[in-house]
Design a protein around this ligand. Structure first.
Ligand code: BES
Ligand code: ZN
Length: 460
C-alpha cells in the first residue's frame, strides 16, 4: 500500500483541478448579489469533505453557512481544529486581471484566480492531506474537525455567534490555520502573532449645504480642509502616531524576536519594489518587516468630500468624511485605543465643524508562545513538508476570530501559511503557487503525528 505522500504526488494534477472547481464559485461575501454563489461554494466544500469520508454538517446561520466536518473518531486521541474560509474578497477592478478572476488558469507554476490562496487553496491542501491518509488506509493518529466559514472577509459575524453554541462540537487541543503567508518557498514559517484591527469612520459637518465658494469662501470653515488638517496631526514626520497613550500597551519586540525577523531574506529595496511605491515610509527605528508586523498603524482607507464628478464645481462642501483602520499589536486593546483616538480627535477638532465618530468592526491582536511543544512540532512538520528549516514570523494581517477561539474554546492557534509574498491577496491577479500547494499538503501529512506526539509528551 502506498504512503500518503506517494498518494499526493500521484494525485497532484487532479488536486489542482479540484481547486479550480472550488475557485469557479464567485463566493464574494461583501456583495449580496453573490449570495447564491456563496451557498454553492459552501455546498461544494461540504460535498468534498463527505467524499473524503468526513462526517459533515452545513449549518445555516443568520449570514453565510458554516461547514463542520469531522474525521472518523480515534478514541482517546487528541482533537485538532482546522479553520478556513470559503468566502473571497471582491475581484474589482476587473480590467486589471490578465485572466478572469473566477476562471482559474495555470501560468508557469502559479494558479491564478480570486480565492486561490486567500483561502480556498490553503484549507483544501489540509483536506487533501486527510484524503491521502484515508485513501491509503493510513491511520490518522488524531481527530480532526474542519471548520470552514463564509464571512471571514467581512468580519466573521455568524461565526462569533456560532462558537459558544457549538463549544462541545468544536472542542480541541489546538487550532491550525493556513490563511497567511511565508517569506518564500525556501522559508516556511510558523506565524506566532497577528495584528488586530479597529475600524472607525469620522465625519465633519460644516455649512448646512454646499455653498458658493466665491460668495462665502473665506467666511466659513471648509470641512474638507479641516479634515485634512485634523488627520495630518495624527502622525509625525518620524512615522509615530501622536495620539496620547497610543503606544502604552504595545509590547516591545525582544532581541530574540528581532533576530528571528531579521532572518527573513527580503531587503528594504525588494520590499519597496513589491509595494510599487517610490520610496518606503515607516516608523523610524524599525525595519520594514518589524513595521508591518509588530508596530501599530493609523491608516486612512478612504476619503470623501465635495464634488467628485467631471470638470470643476466651485463649492465649499457641506461635509467631509474618512474611513480609518488602526492595525493593533499585542497587547493593545481595541476599545482602549479607539477611546484614545476619539478623545484626541475631539480635542483637536476646531469648533467650526461638528465631529461624529462611528465604530466599525474590530479584532484583537494575537500572540502565542513559539516555545511550546506544539509550536516545536509544527516547525518540524514545516521543515519536512517544504524541505527547508522553518522560521518564526509575525504577520501584519488580521484574523479576528483567532482571539475568540482562545476565549471560547480555550485553545491556541498555530498559523502555518502557504501563501507567497507576491500572491496578490485582495489585489488583481491573485494566485497560488502550485509548489506551495504541494508543499503545504506534505506539511499537513507530517503535522498530525508530530502534534499528537507533542500532546502526549505534554500530558506525560
Ligand atoms: N488571510 C487574511 C489575513 C492574513 C493575511 C493574515 C496575511 C496574515 C497574513 C484574511 O483573509 C484577511 O484578509 N483578513 C482581514 C480581516 C478584516 C476584514 C477584519 C484583514 O486583515 O484585513
Ligand atoms: Zn483576506
Amino acid at each position: 500500500m502506498s504512503s500518503p505522500l506517494d498518494y499526493l504526488a500521484r494525485e497532484q494534477s487532479r488536486l489542482v483541478d479540484d481547486l479550480c472547481q472550488y475557485v469557479r464559485f464567485p463566493s464574494i461575501s461583501a456583495q449580496p448579489a453573490h449570495g447564491p454563489d456563496v451557498l454553492r461554494a459552501a455546498d461544494w466544500i461540504a460535498a468534498r469533505c463527505r467524499q473524503v469520508g468526513l462526517a459533515t454538517t452545513v449549518y445555516p446561520t443568520a449570514g453565510n453557512p458554516i461547514v463542520v466536518a469531522k474525521t472518523p473518531p480515534v478514541p482517546g486521541a487528541p482533537t485538532f481544529l482546522v479553520y478556513g474560509h470559503y468566502d473571497v474578497q471582491p475581484p474589482e477592478p476587473f480590467e486589471l486581471w490578465t485572466t478572469p478572476p473566477f476562471d482559474p488558469q495555470v501560468r508557469g507554476r502559479d494558479l491564478f484566480g480570486r480565492g486561490t490562496s486567500d483561502n480556498k487553496g490553503q484549507h483544501l491542501a489540509h483536506l487533501n492531506a486527510v484524503e491521502a491518509y484515508l485513501r491509503t488506509g493510513t491511520p490518522l493518529p488524531c481527530n480532526l474537525t474542519f471548520l470552514i466559514e463564509g464571512e471571514e472577509e467581512i468580519g466573521s459575524k455568524a461565526l462569533y455567534e456560532f462558537l459558544p453554541a457549538h463549544k462541545e462540537e468544536l472542542a480541541c487541543s489546538a487550532i491550525i490555520i493556513s490563511d497567511n503567508g511565508i517569506p518564500g518557498l525556501e522559508f516556511p514559517s510558523l506565524t506566532y502573532a497577528l495584528r488586530g484591527i479597529a475600524a472607525i469612520e469620522i465625519r465633519l459637518n460644516g455649512p448646512s449645504r454646499d455653498l458658493h465658494s466665491g460668495l462665502f469662501g473665506g467666511t466659513v470653515e471648509n470641512p474638507a480642509m479641516a479634515l485634512c488638517q485634523l488627520l495630518a496631526q495624527m502622525r509625525d514626520a518620524d512615522g509615530r502616531i501622536t495620539v496620547p497613550g497610543y503606544y502604552d500597551d504595545v509590547a516591545p519586540l525582544s532581541a530574540y524576536e528581532r533576530q528571528q525577523l531579521a532572518r527573513i531574506p527580503a531587503t528594504a529595496e525588494e520590499y519597496r519594489e513589491l509595494t510599487g511605491s517610490p520610496r518606503l515610509f515607516g516608523e523610524v527605528g524599525f525595519t520594514p518587516e518589524e513595521q508591518r508586523t509588530s508596530r501599530p498603524t493609523f491608516e486612512i482607507n478612504g476619503l470623501s468630500s465635495g464634488y467628485q464628478g467631471e470638470g470643476s464645481k466651485t463649492i465649499i462642501p457641506s461635509w467631509a468624511s474618512a474611513k480609518l483602520t488602526l492595525r493593533l499589536v499585542p497587547n493593545q486593546v481595541p476599545s482602549r485605543v479607539i477611546a484614545a483616538v476619539k478623545a484626541h480627535l475631539e480635542k483637536l477638532c476646531p469648533p467650526t465643524v461638528t465631529l461624529t465618530v462611528k465604530h466599525g468592526h474590530g479584532g484583537e491582536p494575537y500572540i502565542v508562545s513559539p516555545d511550546g511543544p506544539l509550536a516545536q512540532a509544527a516547525l518540524k512538520a514545516l521543515e519536512a513538508g517544504f524541505g527547508h528549516p522553518a522560521l518564526l514570523t509575525r504577520e501584519g494581517g488580521s484574523i479576528p476570530i483567532v482571539s475568540a477561539f482562545q476565549k471560547v474554546l480555550g485553545a491556541d492557534t498555530l498559523l502555518l501559511g502557504m501563501a507567497l509574498p507576491d500572491d496578490n491577496a485582495h489585489s488583481p491577479n491573485e494566485k497560488f503557487n502550485l509548489d506551495a500547494y504541494a508543499a503545504g499538503m506534505r506539511m499537513a501529512v507530517h503535522l498530525w503525528p508530530r502534534l499528537t506526539e507533542a500532546m502526549a509528551s505534554r500530558s506525560a
